[in-house]
Write a protein that binds this ligand. Structure first.
Ligand SMILES: [Zn+2]
Length: 74
C-alpha cells in the first residue's frame, strides 16, 4: 500500500497517509486541524519508482538500495 504525503493548506502541517490506490485527496483530512484542503506531495514510494527510470539524481543509489523501494514502510 503506497504511502502518500500531504500538506495541509490550512495550517501547513505535513502528514503521511497510507492509502489504497484510487483514494483521492478529497477523502483525506488534516490530522491537526481537520481541514480538507490538503495537497498531495510526492510520496517516498512514488519517488522511488520515478527515480528508477527518471533523472538518476535520486539518492536511491548503490549505497542505499536496501532501504529504497524495499517496502519497509509498514
Ligand atoms: Zn491542517
Amino acid at each position: 500500500m503506497p504511502l502518500y504525503e500531504y500538506v495541509c493548506s490550512g495550517c501547513g502541517t505535513r502528514f503521511e497517509v497510507l492509502q489504497r490506490v484510487g483514494m483521492g485527496a478529497s477523502e483525506t483530512t488534516c490530522p491537526q486541524c481537520g481541514g480538507r484542503e490538503v495537497a498531495k506531495q510526492h510520496s517516498t514510494f512514488a519517488s522511488a519508482i520515478a527515480g528508477a527510470g527518471g533523472s538518476g539524481t535520486m539518492p536511491c543509489g548503490a549505497s542505499s538500495a536496501s532501504s529504497c523501494g524495499g517496502g519497509g514502510f509498514s
